[in-house]
Design a protein around this ligand. Sequence first.
Ligand SMILES: Nc1ncnc2c1ncn2[C@@H]1O[C@H](COP(=O)(O)OP(=O)(O)O)[C@@H](O)[C@H]1O
Ligand SMILES: [Mg+2]
Length: 575
Amino acid sequence: MNPTLRRLLREARPYSGRLVVAMLLGVLAGVAPLTLARVAGLLQAHVLIARPELGAVVLIVVLVIGSQLLGNAASYGQGYLTAWSGQRMVASFRARMFDRIVRMPLSDFDRWRPGELQSRMSSDLNLMTDAISISLPQFIQTAVTFVGALIYMIYLDWFLAAVLFVAAPIVAWVVSRFNALIVAGTKRAQERIADLASNLVEVLANERVVKAFRREEFERERFTGANERYFGAYMKVTQFNQTQAPVLALVVMLAVCAVIVVTAREVGVGRLSPERAWEFWGATALLINPMNRFSIFFADFARAFVGAGRVFEILDLPVEREDPPGAQPLARLLGDVRFEHVGFAYDPGRPVLRDFSAEMLHGEIVALVGPSGAGKSTIVNLVPRFYEPQQGRITVDGVDIAGVRLADLRDAIAIVPQETQLFNGTIAENIRYGRLDASDDEIIAAAREANADEFVSRLPEGYATIVGERGIRLSGGQRQRIAIARAILRDPRILILDEATSALDSHSEALIEVALDRLLPGRTTLIIAHRLSTIRRASKILYIEAGSVREAGTHEALIAAGGAYATLHAAQFAR
Ligand SMILES: Nc1ncnc2c1ncn2[C@@H]1O[C@H](COP(=O)(O)OP(=O)(O)O)[C@@H](O)[C@H]1O
Ligand SMILES: [Mg+2]
């Protein structure tokens, strides 16, 4: 069996009770139209005669209305239950996709375009939604009517029915050919729409750059190109879709014509009564509607399968390494961090860190200095296990972090990144992100410590000020101080500042340095900075070059040594 189908069936298992009821209702709804074949026979034998029988007319009216009402009620119940189960399943996919995306290891996350993920959560899920809510219930009814009519025909006259069955292999072949085409075309179309979404997401994130460089036209053309490619891919699928229906209809019509010819002959030689012939034709007529619609259903299912495959790809993404069995809980930490001969590469064969060893002890402020691209951010990103080293090990209080509970490790760490990312919400909510159960007073205290309270209380709405998407409505320095308040609230044992102050004006930087002085004592602080005023506070400076330590020591010792750090220092003062 097709693995995607097998997986869908497995995923549908929690809803099997409802689906069984829905199936039974669907059988009822599908069988109801079969009475029409009997009605055709009754019409011929008891109504279309010289003296129509009143009783037969009443019976026919009752049969038509009764089967219609019953069929409609069953159809409602079936459609509702199927859609309910299907939508619950899709909702669970959506929730699990989100969970996978937030728990993906960064090394995998780096490889995905955000727009691609977004498009799989919308467009590919929608393919499934449409098929499940609309096509699946109708397909079940239609299939039951179809199979019911066939069985009825075999019962009426197996020889005539056999004429129809000659068409079956041709129909099956046509459907499978078209299915393959539709699947391939839909895959391409879904890839194109993911390109489109990625393009949009990127432009939205870089709107200011687009405007500043007046690249609206350039971006419009890029988008139009992607848009046209999607249009082309979609129209290809439409061609297959639209060709399938008439081709199938033609095959079916040829079979129906054969049935009419053979029936006429059978009636002529007296092997078949006219009443039976009419019933047979009535049943044949019931086949035509399903046959025509099957092509639409099959196309819908083929497209939903493509969507499901792309959804399952996300559901199967790795999550950050589950804690190994016996993962060590971290109790109250001192926060001594040691790198022991660490080697690391983002991409195999392109090492970023080589035999990197360093000690960062509690109470120390360790400054990482060096040219950009040297690996400073990489070093600090290994501490919360954002990435895992390929050689050597990193310990916290002497315990290899590879063996500790990830949650405990990350709880002990706070990071203030260079590009402060805030969430659209109030200032208070953004600070509370550091510790969700913090009280309002604690938030204000943290903001005071971070020298943020001063500017926040001058805002008309204070802590209730909405910061805008990514904090766009605050200045860089203000955002940075909110981020520091968020870190303070966490009360981390290990504090990481990755160029947190580099982009700031000297007034903001001075305010932040005062805040840092309050934040640093008693913790292990790793600080990546360029300004000497910030670096000078460090108890230890590591000069990093090409992924390893070139010089280490205090500011005074390194100046006295007259090496790379001293050169950097001199260059900064020469400016
Ligand atoms: N997510 C990533 N994927 C692949 N390569 C990366 C990634 N992040 C950084 N690098 C590469 O690793 C090297 C070190 O980068 P980084 O640690 O950010 O340097 P620094 O912070 O010292 O400026 C650079 O050559 C950079 O191109
Ligand atoms: Mg960096």
